[in-house]
Design a binder for this molecule. Sequence first.
Ligand code: CAA
Length: 257
Amino acid sequence: MSYETIIVETHGAVGLVRLDRPKALNALSRQLVTELNAALDAFEADAAIGAIVLTGSEKAFAAGADIREMQPLSYVDLIENDFVAAWERLAAVRKPVIAAVSGFALGGGCELALMCDIVIAADSAKFGQPEVTLGLMPGAGGTQRLARAVGKAKTMDMVLTGRLVDAAEAERIGLVSRVVPAAELMDTALAVAAKVAGLARSSALLAKEAVNRAFETPLAEGIRGERRLFHSLFATEDAREGMAAFLEKRAPAFRNR
Ligand code: CAA
Protein backbone atom coordinates (compact mmCIF):
# COMPACT_ATOMS: atom_id res chain seq x y z
CA MET A 1 0.00 0.00 0.00
CA SER A 2 1.33 3.45 -0.81
CA TYR A 3 1.03 6.32 1.64
CA GLU A 4 1.49 10.08 1.29
CA THR A 5 1.87 11.19 4.90
CA ILE A 6 3.73 8.29 6.50
CA ILE A 7 6.65 6.07 5.57
CA VAL A 8 6.41 2.42 6.46
CA GLU A 9 9.35 0.03 6.73
CA THR A 10 10.07 -3.33 8.25
CA HIS A 11 13.31 -4.10 10.05
CA GLY A 12 13.27 -7.84 10.65
CA ALA A 13 10.39 -8.49 13.05
CA VAL A 14 9.93 -4.75 13.75
CA GLY A 15 7.43 -2.59 11.87
CA LEU A 16 8.40 1.08 11.61
CA VAL A 17 5.97 3.93 10.94
CA ARG A 18 7.51 7.34 10.34
CA LEU A 19 5.12 10.32 10.33
CA ASP A 20 6.04 12.33 7.27
CA ARG A 21 4.41 15.73 6.79
CA PRO A 22 7.57 17.82 7.18
CA LYS A 23 6.00 21.08 6.03
CA ALA A 24 3.42 20.91 8.82
CA LEU A 25 5.72 19.41 11.47
CA ASN A 26 3.77 16.14 11.20
CA ALA A 27 0.49 17.74 12.24
CA LEU A 28 -2.06 14.97 12.56
CA SER A 29 -4.37 15.55 9.62
CA ARG A 30 -7.31 13.28 8.89
CA GLN A 31 -5.32 11.69 6.05
CA LEU A 32 -2.31 11.06 8.27
CA VAL A 33 -4.41 9.39 10.98
CA THR A 34 -6.22 7.25 8.37
CA GLU A 35 -2.89 6.14 6.92
CA LEU A 36 -1.37 5.54 10.34
CA ASN A 37 -4.33 3.36 11.28
CA ALA A 38 -4.05 1.37 8.04
CA ALA A 39 -0.35 0.75 8.70
CA LEU A 40 -1.10 -0.31 12.29
CA ASP A 41 -3.83 -2.68 11.06
CA ALA A 42 -1.37 -4.23 8.60
CA PHE A 43 1.35 -4.72 11.23
CA GLU A 44 -1.16 -6.17 13.70
CA ALA A 45 -2.28 -8.68 11.06
CA ASP A 46 1.27 -9.62 10.04
CA ALA A 47 2.45 -12.62 12.06
CA ALA A 48 6.08 -11.82 11.16
CA ILE A 49 5.90 -8.52 13.10
CA GLY A 50 6.40 -8.62 16.85
CA ALA A 51 6.72 -4.94 17.75
CA ILE A 52 6.13 -1.54 16.17
CA VAL A 53 8.16 1.68 16.30
CA LEU A 54 6.38 5.01 15.78
CA THR A 55 8.54 8.02 15.02
CA GLY A 56 8.55 11.40 13.30
CA SER A 57 11.34 13.62 12.05
CA GLU A 58 14.31 15.10 13.84
CA LYS A 59 12.41 18.39 14.30
CA ALA A 60 9.00 17.00 15.20
CA PHE A 61 7.47 13.77 16.38
CA ALA A 62 4.14 15.55 15.78
CA ALA A 63 3.03 19.14 16.47
CA GLY A 64 -0.52 18.08 17.33
CA ALA A 65 -3.85 18.05 15.57
CA ASP A 66 -3.81 19.88 12.24
CA ILE A 67 -4.95 23.35 13.30
CA ARG A 68 -5.54 24.43 9.68
CA GLU A 69 -7.91 21.52 9.16
CA MET A 70 -9.54 21.89 12.57
CA GLN A 71 -10.14 25.66 12.60
CA PRO A 72 -13.20 25.68 10.27
CA LEU A 73 -14.90 22.71 11.94
CA SER A 74 -18.16 23.31 13.79
CA TYR A 75 -19.36 21.66 16.96
CA VAL A 76 -21.78 19.59 14.85
CA ASP A 77 -18.92 18.45 12.56
CA LEU A 78 -16.99 17.23 15.57
CA ILE A 79 -19.96 15.45 17.10
CA GLU A 80 -21.00 13.80 13.83
CA ASN A 81 -17.51 12.53 13.09
CA ASP A 82 -16.66 11.88 16.75
CA PHE A 83 -13.47 13.82 16.05
CA VAL A 84 -10.25 12.22 17.31
CA ALA A 85 -11.98 8.92 18.16
CA ALA A 86 -10.02 7.43 15.24
CA TRP A 87 -6.75 8.27 17.00
CA GLU A 88 -7.55 5.68 19.64
CA ARG A 89 -6.61 2.92 17.16
CA LEU A 90 -3.03 3.31 18.33
CA ALA A 91 -4.00 2.69 21.95
CA ALA A 92 -5.83 -0.48 20.93
CA VAL A 93 -2.82 -2.07 19.18
CA ARG A 94 -2.06 -5.35 20.95
CA LYS A 95 1.57 -5.66 19.85
CA PRO A 96 4.03 -3.53 21.83
CA VAL A 97 4.56 -0.06 20.36
CA ILE A 98 7.72 1.94 20.98
CA ALA A 99 7.62 5.70 20.38
CA ALA A 100 10.91 7.26 19.23
CA VAL A 101 10.44 10.97 19.92
CA SER A 102 12.70 13.70 18.58
CA GLY A 103 11.81 17.40 18.59
CA PHE A 104 8.25 18.55 19.27
CA ALA A 105 5.63 16.20 20.67
CA LEU A 106 2.85 18.70 21.27
CA GLY A 107 -0.88 18.43 21.81
CA GLY A 108 -2.04 15.38 19.90
CA GLY A 109 1.63 14.49 19.32
CA CYS A 110 2.20 14.19 23.06
CA GLU A 111 -1.07 12.27 23.31
CA LEU A 112 0.08 9.80 20.62
CA ALA A 113 3.33 9.23 22.53
CA LEU A 114 1.29 8.58 25.67
CA MET A 115 -0.63 5.84 23.83
CA CYS A 116 2.65 4.00 23.12
CA ASP A 117 4.07 1.43 25.53
CA ILE A 118 7.71 2.50 25.74
CA VAL A 119 8.67 6.10 24.95
CA ILE A 120 12.28 6.71 23.99
CA ALA A 121 13.13 10.39 23.71
CA ALA A 122 16.04 12.12 22.04
CA ASP A 123 17.67 14.69 24.32
CA SER A 124 16.20 17.30 21.93
CA ALA A 125 12.60 16.22 22.55
CA LYS A 126 10.02 18.68 23.87
CA PHE A 127 6.64 17.62 25.17
CA GLY A 128 3.63 19.82 25.78
CA GLN A 129 -0.13 20.18 25.84
CA PRO A 130 -0.49 23.73 24.44
CA GLU A 131 -4.16 23.39 23.42
CA VAL A 132 -5.28 26.01 25.98
CA THR A 133 -3.25 28.60 24.11
CA LEU A 134 -5.62 27.98 21.16
CA GLY A 135 -8.74 28.34 23.30
CA LEU A 136 -9.06 24.56 23.39
CA MET A 137 -8.03 21.74 25.69
CA PRO A 138 -6.45 18.32 25.08
CA GLY A 139 -8.91 16.03 23.32
CA ALA A 140 -7.10 12.77 22.65
CA GLY A 141 -6.38 11.59 26.17
CA GLY A 142 -4.05 14.36 27.32
CA THR A 143 -5.94 15.08 30.52
CA GLN A 144 -6.40 11.38 31.29
CA ARG A 145 -3.30 9.45 30.18
CA LEU A 146 -0.96 12.29 31.16
CA ALA A 147 -2.52 12.52 34.64
CA ARG A 148 -2.14 8.76 35.10
CA ALA A 149 1.46 8.89 33.86
CA VAL A 150 2.81 11.90 35.74
CA GLY A 151 0.18 12.83 38.36
CA LYS A 152 -1.97 15.90 38.93
CA ALA A 153 0.69 18.52 39.73
CA LYS A 154 2.65 18.18 36.48
CA THR A 155 -0.45 17.54 34.38
CA MET A 156 -2.16 20.70 35.59
CA ASP A 157 1.04 22.66 35.03
CA MET A 158 1.34 21.39 31.45
CA VAL A 159 -2.35 21.50 30.54
CA LEU A 160 -3.18 24.88 32.09
CA THR A 161 -0.06 26.77 31.05
CA GLY A 162 0.92 24.98 27.83
CA ARG A 163 4.50 24.95 29.12
CA LEU A 164 6.88 22.72 27.16
CA VAL A 165 8.79 20.09 29.11
CA ASP A 166 12.26 19.13 27.91
CA ALA A 167 13.50 15.54 27.67
CA ALA A 168 15.30 15.57 31.02
CA GLU A 169 12.20 16.79 32.86
CA ALA A 170 10.01 14.37 30.89
CA GLU A 171 12.15 11.47 32.08
CA ARG A 172 12.20 12.77 35.66
CA ILE A 173 8.40 12.97 35.86
CA GLY A 174 7.78 9.60 34.21
CA LEU A 175 6.50 10.81 30.87
CA VAL A 176 9.20 8.94 28.96
CA SER A 177 11.01 5.64 29.54
CA ARG A 178 14.53 6.63 28.45
CA VAL A 179 16.41 9.63 27.05
CA VAL A 180 19.25 9.07 24.59
CA PRO A 181 21.47 11.38 22.52
CA ALA A 182 19.56 12.44 19.40
CA ALA A 183 22.02 10.65 17.12
CA GLU A 184 21.29 7.34 18.85
CA LEU A 185 17.50 7.62 18.91
CA MET A 186 16.55 5.33 16.03
CA ASP A 187 19.21 2.70 16.72
CA THR A 188 18.09 2.52 20.34
CA ALA A 189 14.38 2.40 19.51
CA LEU A 190 14.88 -0.29 16.86
CA ALA A 191 17.10 -2.32 19.21
CA VAL A 192 14.52 -2.12 22.02
CA ALA A 193 11.76 -3.07 19.56
CA ALA A 194 13.82 -5.98 18.20
CA LYS A 195 14.36 -7.25 21.72
CA VAL A 196 10.61 -7.09 22.45
CA ALA A 197 9.79 -8.65 19.06
CA GLY A 198 12.10 -11.55 19.90
CA LEU A 199 10.14 -12.49 23.02
CA ALA A 200 7.54 -15.22 23.02
CA ARG A 201 4.62 -13.43 21.36
CA SER A 202 2.00 -14.53 23.90
CA SER A 203 4.02 -13.31 26.85
CA ALA A 204 4.59 -9.90 25.23
CA LEU A 205 0.92 -9.45 24.29
CA LEU A 206 -0.43 -10.55 27.66
CA ALA A 207 2.17 -8.58 29.64
CA LYS A 208 1.16 -5.42 27.75
CA GLU A 209 -2.51 -6.16 28.33
CA ALA A 210 -1.92 -6.70 32.05
CA VAL A 211 0.02 -3.45 32.53
CA ASN A 212 -2.66 -1.48 30.68
CA ARG A 213 -5.29 -2.99 32.92
CA ALA A 214 -3.60 -1.23 35.85
CA PHE A 215 -4.95 2.05 34.47
CA GLU A 216 -8.51 0.83 34.18
CA THR A 217 -9.33 -1.42 37.13
CA PRO A 218 -9.21 -1.38 40.93
CA LEU A 219 -6.04 -3.00 42.34
CA ALA A 220 -7.62 -6.26 43.54
CA GLU A 221 -9.28 -6.79 40.17
CA GLY A 222 -6.03 -6.01 38.34
CA ILE A 223 -4.05 -8.44 40.52
CA ARG A 224 -6.62 -11.21 39.93
CA GLY A 225 -6.56 -10.57 36.19
CA GLU A 226 -2.75 -10.55 36.13
CA ARG A 227 -2.64 -13.87 37.97
CA ARG A 228 -4.99 -15.52 35.46
CA LEU A 229 -2.97 -14.20 32.50
CA PHE A 230 0.20 -15.47 34.20
CA HIS A 231 -1.43 -18.88 34.63
CA SER A 232 -2.52 -18.91 31.00
CA LEU A 233 1.08 -18.62 29.78
CA PHE A 234 1.76 -22.06 31.24
CA ALA A 235 -0.41 -23.40 28.41
CA THR A 236 2.19 -22.21 25.86
CA GLU A 237 5.15 -24.21 24.56
CA ASP A 238 7.23 -21.05 24.68
CA ALA A 239 6.94 -20.79 28.46
CA ARG A 240 8.16 -24.41 28.79
CA GLU A 241 11.01 -23.57 26.42
CA GLY A 242 11.91 -20.29 28.18
CA MET A 243 12.17 -21.91 31.60
CA ALA A 244 13.96 -25.01 30.28
CA ALA A 245 16.47 -22.82 28.43
CA PHE A 246 17.24 -20.92 31.64
CA LEU A 247 17.87 -24.16 33.55
CA GLU A 248 19.99 -25.57 30.72
CA LYS A 249 21.98 -22.29 30.53
CA ARG A 250 21.21 -21.66 26.85
CA ALA A 251 19.28 -19.09 24.83
CA PRO A 252 15.58 -19.87 24.37
CA ALA A 253 14.22 -20.69 20.91
CA PHE A 254 10.71 -19.28 20.94
CA ARG A 255 8.32 -20.48 18.25
CA ASN A 256 5.23 -18.45 19.17
CA ARG A 257 3.35 -21.56 20.21
N1 CAA B 1 -1.26 22.19 12.67
C1 CAA B 1 -1.09 22.65 11.43
N2 CAA B 1 0.08 23.21 11.01
C2 CAA B 1 1.08 23.25 11.89
C3 CAA B 1 0.97 22.78 13.20
C4 CAA B 1 -0.27 22.20 13.58
N3 CAA B 1 -0.47 21.68 14.82
N4 CAA B 1 2.14 22.98 13.85
C5 CAA B 1 2.97 23.55 12.96
N5 CAA B 1 2.33 23.72 11.77
C6 CAA B 1 2.86 24.34 10.56
C7 CAA B 1 2.96 25.84 10.69
O1 CAA B 1 1.70 26.44 10.42
C8 CAA B 1 4.01 26.15 9.67
O2 CAA B 1 3.40 26.12 8.40
P1 CAA B 1 3.71 27.33 7.32
O3 CAA B 1 5.18 27.17 7.03
O4 CAA B 1 2.82 26.98 6.18
O5 CAA B 1 3.38 28.60 8.02
C9 CAA B 1 4.95 24.94 9.74
O6 CAA B 1 4.19 23.89 10.37
C10 CAA B 1 6.17 25.20 10.58
O7 CAA B 1 5.73 25.66 11.85
P2 CAA B 1 6.34 26.98 12.56
O8 CAA B 1 6.73 27.97 11.52
O9 CAA B 1 5.36 27.41 13.60
O10 CAA B 1 7.64 26.34 13.22
P3 CAA B 1 8.41 26.85 14.53
O11 CAA B 1 9.67 26.07 14.57
O12 CAA B 1 8.48 28.33 14.58
O13 CAA B 1 7.47 26.41 15.76
C11 CAA B 1 6.05 24.88 17.01
C12 CAA B 1 7.25 25.05 16.04
C13 CAA B 1 6.40 25.46 18.38
C14 CAA B 1 5.78 23.38 17.11
C15 CAA B 1 4.83 25.63 16.44
O14 CAA B 1 4.64 25.22 15.10
C16 CAA B 1 3.54 25.35 17.17
O15 CAA B 1 3.32 25.92 18.23
N6 CAA B 1 2.66 24.50 16.59
C17 CAA B 1 1.33 24.24 17.15
C18 CAA B 1 1.42 23.34 18.37
C19 CAA B 1 0.04 23.17 18.96
O16 CAA B 1 -0.63 24.10 19.38
N7 CAA B 1 -0.43 21.90 19.01
C20 CAA B 1 -1.72 21.55 19.56
C21 CAA B 1 -2.71 21.35 18.44
S1 CAA B 1 -4.37 21.12 19.02
C22 CAA B 1 -4.49 19.48 19.42
O17 CAA B 1 -3.55 18.72 19.30
C23 CAA B 1 -5.85 19.04 19.87
C24 CAA B 1 -5.92 17.69 20.49
O18 CAA B 1 -5.43 17.43 21.56
C25 CAA B 1 -6.71 16.65 19.85
